[in-house]
Write a protein that binds this ligand. Structure first.
Ligand code: PMP
Length: 422
């Protein structure tokens, strides 16, 4: 049950949690898809920076110079991490949601946007106006490519943007990113890749795939909350209004007018999250030199997980494309006759296992996939694995589900404020 020593260590493997049975067990965090635990290397990097905590860009002191260098240096690390062009901007944001909203506000007037309606709300909702076209969930990767091609062909003249996702946060399935990017380019559209769920599990290469923008979140990449990035072409970003108005974004201010900086500063007004950015960069560096082991570790555990789940009576796994599609370590399911909220509560209270239940900020996708799977449940349970996961966690989950299906939750639960509570 030991943590795989070939992969970078995460904090929290030793966490013990109390159960309603009175015992205490090692916590099995099977919710990496929501937020991943912090890497040990990241914790060390943060500890090393904290004594140097000082203002970025604004101070003349030595500590300020150190922080400024750390902050600015992180842009190169992130550019490398996503395989971006040397000329791409790296704008630091709070997370993926923030990054995609920033881009939505920076589109040239009259840009047509095409987006699949199965996207996470962060990628679905920032685009508004009459030139936004939502296309229905495709049944196969080839259908997705054809649907995007057809939708872009019908866009009016002018700038176009296709929104694509690397890996689904509901099913873990990989989207055909290279093919989607190719048809978008052929139709004269730019592309933005929501890599929130892909980047923690697979290398992302935007220049190689000819993708224009990518958005990522630090807290899914084994760094703490509060730092993410939008990386991509500088021209639209430099021409757009600043994302926030304030200090740092300005070049010159007088009584009558403001002139704004170009470059990343234009969209980063206010004192930045230096520690978060440093942590994010360290996480990217650690993953970059460990990909082979990271992918192998996750794939072995994912095979074990899906094989185990297949044996649970009445369990229906959600799939966007099909069960054989390549995927990252995210699996959502319903179990016939069982309430998903109750399953999640019992896994936590009786087995020390953290999962998520609900619609996962992708309401259209999850509801449609439940119905495609023949389930009458209105919500699903999601299990997501990563570097903090062990084979024992997976086996514990599968055994717990068998037990829950056979016997029902061992303890009495009631709904309190919408949550099942023992
Ligand atoms: N896109 C996908 C595919 C996601 O999984 C998530 C997070 N669940 C987001 C976007 C939004 O990320 P954040 O909450 O960090 O902004």
């Amino acid at each position: 049950s030991a943590v795989d020593s070939r992969v970078p260590a995460v904090a929290g493997n030793e966490l013990n949690v109390p159960l309603v049975t009175g015992e205490s067990v090692g916590y099995a965090n099977l919710d990496h898809g929501a937020s991943a635990p912090c890497l040990d290397s990241v914790r060390t990097a943060v500890d090393q920076l904290l004594p140097w905590y000082a203002s970025v860009h604004r101070g003349a002191g030595f500590a300020s110079q150190v922080c400024t260098r750390v902050y600015e240096g992180a842009r190169d690390v992130l550019r490398d991490f996503v395989g971006a062009r040397r000329t791409d901007s790296v704008v630091f944001t709070r997370n993926t949601t923030d990054a995609l909203n920033l881009l939505a506000g920076a589109l040239p007037r009259g840009t047509s946007v095409v987006v699949f309606d199965t996207e996470h709300h962060a990628a679905l909702l920032p685009w508004t106006g009459p030139r936004v076209r939502r296309i229905e969930a495709p049944a196969t990767p080839a259908d997705a490519v054809a649907a995007l091609d057809a939708a872009l062909a019908e866009c009016p003249e002018g700038p176009r943007l296709a929104v694509i996702t690397g890996a689904s946060n509901v099913t873990g399935e990989l989207w055909p990113v290279a093919e989607l990017a190719r048809v978008a380019r052929r139709r004269g559209a730019r592309t933005v890749l929501d890599a929130a769920q892909l980047a923690p599990h697979r290398p992302v290469r935007i220049a190689e795939l000819d993708i224009d923008y990518v958005a990522i979140s630090g807290h899914k990449l084994y760094a703490p909350f509060g730092a993410g990035a939008l990386i991509g072409r500088a021209d639209w970003l430099n021409a757009a209004d600043p994302y926030l108005a304030g200090g740092g974004a300005t070049r010159k201010v007088n009584e009558r007018a403001v002139s704004w900086n170009t470059g990343e500063e234009r969209h980063e007004a206010g004192s930045p999250n230096t520690v978060g950015v440093h942590a994010l960069a360290k996480a990217c560096e650690t993953l970059s030199v460990n990909w082979v082991n990271v992918v192998e570790h996750e794939e072995a555990l994912l095979r074990r997980l899906r094989a185990g789940l297949r044996e649970v009576p009445g369990l229906r796994e959600l799939c966007l494309f099909d069960a054989d599609r390549e995927r990252v370590g995210v699996v959502s399911f319903s179990i016939d006759g069982q309430d998903p909220g109750l399953i999640a509560a019992a896994l936590s209270a009786e087995h020390g296992i953290g999962v998520r239940d609900g619609l996962f900020c992708a309401h259209l996708a999850t509801k449609r996939l439940l119905s495609r799977a023949g389930s009458d449940a209105e919500r699903a349970v999601r299990v997501s694995i990563g570097l903090g996961t062990t084979a024992e966690h997976v086996d514990r989950l599968v055994n717990a589900l068998h037990e829950l299906v056979a016997e029902g939750p061992a303890w009495r639960y009631e709904l309190v404020d919408g949550r099942w509570t023992p």
